[in-house]
Structure formats: structure tokens, C-alpha cells
Design a protein. Sequence first.
Lengths: 463, 180
Amino acid sequence: MSKASAQQARQTPVTQPVRRLHLPQKLRNLELFLLLIACFINASAVVLVQLGALGEIDTTLVLLGAGLAVLVIGLHVVLRFVARDSDPFILPIATVLNGIGIAMIYRIDIADQDSGWESAAVRQTVWSALAILSAIVVLLVIRNHRVLFRYTYIFGFLGVVLLFLPLIPGLGREVSGARVWIGFGSFATFQPGEIAKIALAVFFAGYLVRNRDSLSMVGKKFLGARFPRLRDLGPILVVWALSMSVIIFQRDLGTALLYFGLFLVMLYLATGRLSWVIIGLSLFLGGALLASQTLDYVNGRFTNWLDALNPDVYEARGGSFQLVQGLFGLAKGGLLGTGWGQGRPEITPVPQSDYIIASLGEELGLAGIFAILALYLLFVARGFRIGFAGQDDFGKLLAVGLAFVVALQCFIVIGGVTRVIPLTGLTTPFLAAGGSSLVANWIIVALLLRLSDTVRNQPRLVI
Amino acid sequence: MNVSELTLLVLRIGFLLLLWMFIFGIVYALRSDLFGQRVRKLTTDAAAPVPAFPVAAAPAAPVPRATPAAPDVPGAASGLATSQNTTRLVITSGPKAGTEFPLGADPITIGRSADSSLVIRDDYTSTHHARLMLWNDEWMLQDLDSTNGTFLAGARVTVPTKIPLNATVKIGATSFELRR
């Protein structure tokens, strides 16, 4: 071996080979540092809740919070071994959001005097543990994201099955009008649509990488944009029909908007054609308008949105009471909020899940809400960044799709609570009480970490 | 235990400050992603051949096209660099002239950003400047809309171009060749 290298050196005497540098795990150390701050933020949130609402500090939930801290640090240790070049910011951001959510849910438990297994905060902590464990499993099982590309159509099938699982009689559960839950007896309800969004993101990415040529190349130019041929409209019509059936049969506007928006953005990314966005948006708006005319519950949502402060609408059954209470809460919070444990977020119906943003806005104020939005912004920006740095098209599409689904979900929920768009029931990612949402979002975290690890190439040479 | 209003007020503002400090900490840590890598000024001798406005010089560039490629190693004009006949990338001029690294099947990105495969930190290089990739087993050079351009054998690269073996690719003060 030395002979060969000597020979090579003789052939090109001016050059000297460069060995790959072994760098210390700078990214992981940065992540650990940020994680410790994140855990400190979470612990202080819980302590402040106890000081504000109870006037004393007891150790029950501080112990549970420590459980969360141990788990995320466990995830961090796993990353040191299986994904050492992954993005260092995603995990701390998700941890802070999850922890603030638990603190708020705990605060509402105190107001409702729930304790033990009845307490939503205890359940949320257990679900967080399950979610982080499933993220660890995903990281350990999927060592390279291209494996997912191989099973594109299986993921598509899985996504559709999960989406329509709640329609099966005996298995599906209806909660406040929307049939998006499954349950066994009175035990353990789960929202399979949350997992479906990941499966569908994988499917869309794989499908579009395989078929985008016909969707992006051909077509007639009209009004400055190239429009696709009629026969290439198939996929978008199928997804549109899927979302419309979600609106009709599951009575869930938000989920339909989420899936259709996801498909539209990934289609735009894969083809770079604005005409798809125009076609898609007009299809969806047309469908939504039609639904608002024909379906009672959609019509009600629109009335509550447009005419929320009308006393008749406010007092009507299923009227805008909840929406307006949320707005009152946000207004009470003002710039700096009432402080943890000192507002009255429990007056709004479901303050710990759909309306957690209004609860947080009341107690942390505008400054707190903007901090939370900034955390989401950073999270989504990291996802886009991973997609941008990616080398293969499937990875690029998947990373951007997963990040965008989080962004769109935030927009739909927070926009609904703040009366920017009609209110639709979706969970605020990481914050809201709900196990299925937590599991799905932590799996998204794991996938983004995995993608960022395979994507980041260490420089071979620095000049 | 009775907590005074004042304590709660201080704690409330303290918590918000903590949250925002966390956010600004993250933003500070990823500043190189947002604003680009720190620039290293070119030393005078390296910067000398670079004109003040290289973009303006670009139209003139195709003229000397034949000259740099011709005096190369015999057989340069004939062979395009493919995955079979190319094994390494050699830096031929610039601060690190003489270094080389092996080529695999992976694409090579070139730019100032830290996630490039070949990081060139001078004020001439764009954050994501160019990339080399295998396309049908042949090495292609693609300019990623860089400000100052990528030159293959003296000509500015505008569309993805096949690279001949031993032809000079020039980015700022650095040039390199793909070799057997």
C-alpha cells in the first residue's frame, strides 16, 4: 500500500492528498447547550404556573417535566450516534413548544381542579414520552430517507386508509361534530389523520419526483402562465375529490384544507409552475364556497367568522361564543399578558387544545405569542433550509413538504383563533393537548433530523 | 407561601425575556445561514488577475476559449470526464494550489457556505456558486446563478456543461481540474 501511494506521489509531485478532517461534534454540542436552556424554560414555566395559580411550589409536575427533559436528552444522545450531522436547532425548538404546551395544559387543569389520570397535563406528558420514543424509533429504523422513496405507493395507500379509518362504523368516534377520531370502547382515542399527513407527504414527494415531467413540461401558454393539458389534471382532481369527501363525510374543513394545501405546494415545488397554484386555489375556493352554501356546519363556520360580534350569532347554539371568548382573552392579555396562572383562560371552551393559542395569548401577551410564532418560523425555516441544501429531489420535496405541513397547520389554527380565516378544528403543532398530533409532529421532527443528516455534507476541502 | 405582586411581575417579564433570549440565541447561532459566511479578503497577488467588474468582462471571455485548453496534457481535448476515467479533483491555482481530493459518485457543491463540498471563502465566490454532478455518467458543471460566474476553459458557463478531462474550471482566484 505504501508502495502504491509512493508511486502516485511520484506521478504528481506537486499535489498532496487531503484526508477528511475529523471534527468534534460541534453541532451536537450546540444542540445540547440549546436543549439545556429549553429544559430550563420548560421548568420555569411550570414553576411560574404553580406560583401564579396556587401560590406555592409543589413537586408533582416538576417531576413530570423532568421526565420530558430526560427523554429529549435521550433523543439527543441517540442523535450523537446515528445522525451526528443533523440540524441542531430543530430538537430544542420542538422541546420548548412541547414544554410550554404542557405548562399551559397544567395551568388549565389547576383551574378545572383535575388531578391524577384525569389531568390532561399528565396525559400530555405521557403522550410526549410516547411521541419522543417513536421519534427515536424512526431515527433508528430509517437510516436513509431514500428507503421511503421505494415504498411511495404503499405510503399513499396507507395515507388514504388512515384518513378514512374514522368512517368505519364501530371504530370511528364523533367529537364535537367532526368524525376524525377512532377509539376502542371508551378507551384510547386517536386521530389517524395526523399520521396520514406524514404518509401523504412521503407519497406526494415520491409520486411527483417520478411523474413531474409530464406535469411541468407540456401545456399551452395562456395569460403569461403555462397551463397543463386536460389529461394531466388527473392527480390534482383526485386529491381535490379526496379533500372534498373529507369535508362532506368527516365534516372537517381544516383537515381537508391541510391535505390539499400540502399537495398544491409540493406540486408547485416539483414543477415550478404558477398555473398549478391558480388552478388548485380556484378549485378549493370553489369547493369551499359550494360547501358553505349546502352544508350547514360549513355555513355556520362562515357566519361565525364574518359576523362574530353580533349578539344573535354570539348567543346561538354552536355560535361564535368560543371564538369571541378567545378574542376577549387575547385582548385581556395585552402586550405582556396577565402572567402564568393569573388569567382566566378556562372560560373559553376547550382552552387546552384548539384554543391553546388564545390561552397563551392571555397569559403571555402579544410578546409571548410572537415568541411562539417566531419558534414556529424558525422550525419551518430549518425545514426549508434542509430541503434547499438537499442533493436528491425526493429528499428536497419531502423536507419542504413536512415543514410546510407544520406551517400550514399553524396558519389554519392560529388564523382561525385570531379570526383571520374561518375557524376549523385542527391541533396547534406541539402545543395543543392531543396524543396523535404530538406523535405525528415528533415523527416529523425525526424525519427532518434524518434528512438533515444525510443532506449535510462535510466540506471535503476548505480554501 | 405568599408571593407578592411585584415578584410575579418581575418573574413574568423575566420569563418573556428568557424566551426571547432563546430565540435570539438560535438566530445568532444560525447567522451564517442567514447572512452568509464571513468573507476573507483576497491577498493582492491572488486578486490581481480578477478585474473590478468581472461581469462586464464576461462577454469578452469566450474569445480566449481555445488558449487555456490547448496547452494541456495530450489527449485533453478528446476525453470528457466520466465517472470511469476521473478519480480526483486537483486545485491548480489559488491559495491552496496543489491540493486534491478524490471524486466519488456524489455531486460536489462549490460555494462559500459551510455545507458546500468545496468551500471557497473569498469575496469573489457566491454562497452557492456552482456544482459538479454526474449526469449519464459524465461530469457536468452547473453554475448556480453566481454573481461573478464560473469559467470552464476560459468561457463563462451559463447552462450545465460537460467537463473535458484536465480542462481548467475557474472560480475567482481558484481554479481546478478533473484528472484521471
